[in-house]
Design a protein around this ligand. Structure first.
Ligand code: AMP
Length: 142
């Protein structure tokens, strides 16, 4: 497996070199909205540790990401009046991974509405801002 690339886009977001619609941060993880959401409120939870995917992250850092995804999932149910949640994590190109800094996708789901295909369209910034506001408010209420 290739080494971790410190210039991947999520590493740049973590260093503040690239913007994101942040919804949650603690000592171990950052959560922000996916700019090409497969469902409204689609959020990515990433470790602050430099891990490429599940194959090189420590169990402890992976647990921090899982805890973050758990928090976002519960907040998203409220924020988006969701009926369910889909969590996904892809490792290596063969596993469907495109960005090589580990991330968990947390996608609010509604009955009868399919996920959009990956990277099918870039969401409007105003929609992302509105969805981030909803999620942050739900997180504050937890
Ligand atoms: P994957 O590596 O296949 O798990 O998916 C990478 C995800 O990152 C896709 O859902 C993209 O829409 C998303 N993505 C790529 N660049 C950015 C970015 N700058 N900000 C937020 N999400 C991004």
């Amino acid at each position: 497996m290739p080494a971790y690339d410190t210039n991947n886009i999520f590493a740049k977001i973590l260093r503040g070199e690239f913007p994101c619609h942040k919804v949650y941060e603690d000592d171990h993880v950052l959560a922000f909205l996916d700019i090409m959401p497969r469902a409204p409120g689609h959020t990515l939870v990433i470790p602050k540790a430099p891990a490429r995917n599940i194959l090189d992250i420590t169990p402890e850092d992976y647990a921090h990401v899982a805890r973050g995804a758990h928090k976002i999932a519960h907040a998203a149910m409220t924020a988006f009046k969701a009926d369910g949640i889909t969590v996904q994590q892809f490792s290596e190109a063969a596993g469907g991974q495109v960005v090589f800094h580990l991330h968990m996708h947390v996608m609010p789901r509604h009955d009868g509405i399919a996920l959009l295909p990956p990277a099918s369209r870039k969401e409007d910034v105003t929609v992302l801002e509105d969805n981030a506001t909803k999620l942050i408010a739900a997180l504050k209420g937890m």
